[in-house]
Write a protein that binds this ligand. Structure first.
Ligand SMILES: Nc1nc2c(c(=O)[nH]1)N[C@H]1C(S)=C(S)[C@@H](COP(=O)(O)OP(=O)(O)OC[C@H]3O[C@@H](n4cnc5c(N)ncnc54)[C@H](O)[C@@H]3O)O[C@H]1N2
Ligand code: MOO
Ligand SMILES: [Mg+2]
Length: 427
């Protein structure tokens, strides 16, 4: 008899899964290799930035009080006592009506409290002395970047779990992190199941197809921040498949299988979960594609049974695997970021289950528009090429008209949102 499965809402599936979230641990990498990783610790400013009062311009440092009488008609003259460039410290205290030529980034000499830009001055040589003239007063503090104005010492400037992009790297370098604490990447095992599967370099044969899921998921794991390990493909044979899953499980933090999770004669994953003694969290979700997505847990370790159908596999990976990988990396917003866009084409199919339509989300003039791309079927691959997100069409609706405001999820983005916000979205 065919097993009857009870479909549960997407938010419920995510909530059950989220109970098993865990954080990995931190490790160190050289700063050159930190791009794309997630911080494994809070980063505290170890000194103020800038560390000293400095000039943001090329100009003259002086005492503002000496400029108060300066007018166009009666300019004030200063004696230029020397020059200081970035990296040097002017050794003497600057006195009344004295100035020091100062370059951008140089420390403000002692005694000075303002900088006038070169363009606003005139310099002359007279009797072996260098003089500089200014024609209007400047206020105390003008053109000074004060110590700590950017960052105060002791501030938590970056939080654990932050995605490291080039701007983050600049901060790490500023504070001397030659070795950067990053979260260890979870090792995510991939096994593709199916007797019909050929490897990528094999010629097509009757009844067979090339295994696209394994490589798609491999890339999705990297994009999510994990470390994929491909354990190959197995034929639809219970014994082989069981052994492969059991052995692999010991070596990884998460295990993904593709295919074999439905109710067919050769869909062995349900039997494998049973034999392993794994606790199946759900095996039917009110969503399309990916309704058969199954997640089981064994001693706290998650086994993601993604659908064999490529589009369903893709959606399942983004909705269920990505957040658990990001959680492992310490991210506080591990779920796909969402937005509102205008549907650019009619979507006439009724939606008994919530649909995650592969779409291209982009601007047309200044409106964010969501365009369904390719064939909207769970076994389609054509839609995956052009898609940069999902158009979420709620279950229980009779189709959508062009111009309707819809929720979209951005799969290419490194942003994210927290669990509470994500599950409150109408799935
Ligand atoms: N009687 C029912 N039949 C099906 C149901 C159902 O509820 N009752 N669910 C359908 C849905 S929905 C989906 S989705 C699929 C899920 O199938 P499985 O996850 O069991 O996957 P397979 O049967 O192994 O394969 C399905 C399909 O995908 C192709 N495939 C598999 N692996 C790969 C791969 N690595 N790369 C590319 N393509 C792959 C495979 O050849 C099949 O065409 O079940 C429906 N059936
Ligand atoms: O799980 Mo199937 O992907 O709903 O189409
Ligand atoms: Mg099947």
């Amino acid at each position: 008899m065919v097993e009857r499965r009870k479909p549960i809402p997407v938010a419920e599936a995510i909530s059950r899964l989220y109970e098993y979230r865990k954080y990995g641990e931190a490790e160190f990498v050289p700063i050159e290799n930190c791009f794309g990783r997630f911080l494994g610790a809070d980063i505290v400013a170890t000194h103020p930035v800038p560390p000293f009062d400095r000039s943001p311009y090329d100009g003259y440092a002086l005492r503002s009080m000496d400029t108060l009488q300066a007018t166009r008609e009666k300019p004030v003259w200063f004696e230029v006592k020397g020059t200081v460039g970035a990296g040097s410290v002017y050794p003497e205290k600057v006195g009344p009506f004295e100035a020091v030529r100062i370059m951008t980034g140089a420390q403000i000499p002692s005694g000075c409290d303002a900088v006038i830009m070169l363009e606003a001055t005139k310099e002359i040589e007279k009797d072996g002395r260098t003089l500089m003239q200014i024609k209007k007063p400047i206020q105390k503090g003008t053109n000074i970047s004060f110590a700590g104005e950017d960052t105060k010492k002791g501030t938590v400037i970056l939080e654990k779990g932050t995605y490291i992009h080039p701007g983050v790297t600049a901060i790490l370098a500023t504070f001397g992190y030659q070795r950067v604490p990053v979260s260890r990447k979870p090792k995510v095992g991939i096994i593709a199941t199916g007797s019909e599967l050929l490897e990528v370099d094999e010629e097509l044969q009757p009844g067979k197809i090339r295994n696209s899921n394994a490589y798609m998921v491999y890339s999705q794991i990297i994009r999510a921040g994990g470390e994929p390990v491909y354990y190959g493909q197995t034929s639809d044979n219970l014994e082989t498949c069981y052994r492969q899953v059991k052995n692999t499980l010991e070596e990884v933090d998460f295990l993904i299988t593709t295919g074999g999770v439905s109710v067919g004669d050769y869909d062995y994953l349900p039997a494998i979960y049973e034999r392993l003694g794994a606790n199946v969290l759900f095996n039917k979700i009110k969503m399309r594609p990916g309704s058969v997505t199954t997640v089981a847990e064994l001693d706290g370790k998650l086994l993601f049974g993604l659908s064999g159908n490529p589009s369903a596999c893709f959606v399942g990976c983004e909705l269920f695997v990505r957040p658990l990988i990001r959680e492992f990396l310490g991210s506080t917003n591990p779920f796909l970021p969402a937005g509102q866009a205008v549907l650019s084409a009619e979507f006439p199919k009724p939606n008994p289950f919530t649909r995650f339509v592969r779409g291209y989300i982009g601007f047309e003039k200044d409106t964010l528009v969501a365009k369904p791309v390719g064939l909207d079927k769970s076994n389609a691959i054509s839609s995956l090429g052009a898609a940069n997100g999902f158009i979420v069409l709620q279950g229980g609706t009779a189709g959508y008209k062009k111009g309707t405001a819809v929720t979209v999820l951005f799969v290419e983005s490194q942003d994210g949102q927290e669990f509470d916000r994500f599950i409150k979205m109408k799935f």
